[in-house]
Design a binder for this molecule. Structure first.
Ligand SMILES: [Zn+2]
Length: 80
């Protein structure tokens, strides 16, 4: 007899990169939109809005975030 969780352990695994709020590093933001490979999120902890970019597997090693638009709100750098 095989328990269901043992069957689950046989399922294929695909990579997943958890992403975090660029300001407070909280995970699991609210997702409020999508445009192509871009998804729009709002942090549920601090309210910061940010975007995520869906990558192909071969892009994971070379990902370089595109520059932010000039009108976006300035982020505080560091933990001061
Ligand atoms: Zn946040």
């Amino acid at each position: 007899m095989t328990r269901p969780d043992e069957l689950n352990d046989q399922l294929p695994v695909v990579p997943f990169c958890p992403f975090r709020c660029p300001r407070c590093a909280a995970s699991k933001p609210f997702t409020y939109g999508q445009k192509g490979r871009i998804r729009y999120h709002r942090c549920q902890e601090c309210g910061t809005r940010f975007r995520s970019l869906e990558l192909r597997r071969d892009q994971l090693q070379t990902f370089d975030p595109p520059p932010r638009a000039p009108h976006s709100a300035p982020l505080k750098h560091g933990n001061a």
